[in-house]
Design a protein around this ligand. Structure first.
Ligand SMILES: [Zn+2]
Ligand SMILES: [Zn+2]
Length: 110
């Protein structure tokens, strides 16, 4: 396969954004992905995708902390019930606490 921009050069890679075959001259590594050097469009598109990805990662972290905090409050309330001798309440709240903590943990791991 030949380079999209240079008919004489053999292609060594493919742009992740537009899928065109690229030679050594045209290949650019940008945030660990291969894109064409001479396309503003591809650079921008990849930048946009990375930004969107980072934003999603960030909101997963926020969800994760949110669930962990809820889990923590349930934990406090379970301790209070334990002090009061309400074992049934402690069991139910432990169950909820584990549920919220595991949801929070799953989000944080993403
Ligand atoms: Zn491209
Ligand atoms: Zn080329």
């Amino acid at each position: 396969m030949k380079c999209y921009f240079h008919n004489d050069n053999d292609a060594i890679s493919t742009c992740i954004s537009c899928g065109r075959a690229l030679c050594q001259l045209c290949t650019k590594e940008h945030n660990n992905v291969i894109i064409c050097t001479n396309s503003e469009f591809c650079t921008e598109k990849v930048n946009f995708e990375i930004k969107t990805f980072e934003k999603t990662q960030k909101s997963y972290k926020i969800y994760g902390f949110f669930f962990l905090i809820i889990g923590f409050f349930i934990f406090i309330s379970a301790i209070l019930d334990f002090i009061k001798g309400n074992i049934g309440g402690v069991m139910i709240q432990t169950l909820f606490m584990l549920m919220f903590a595991s949801i929070g943990y799953t989000y944080l791991k993403k």
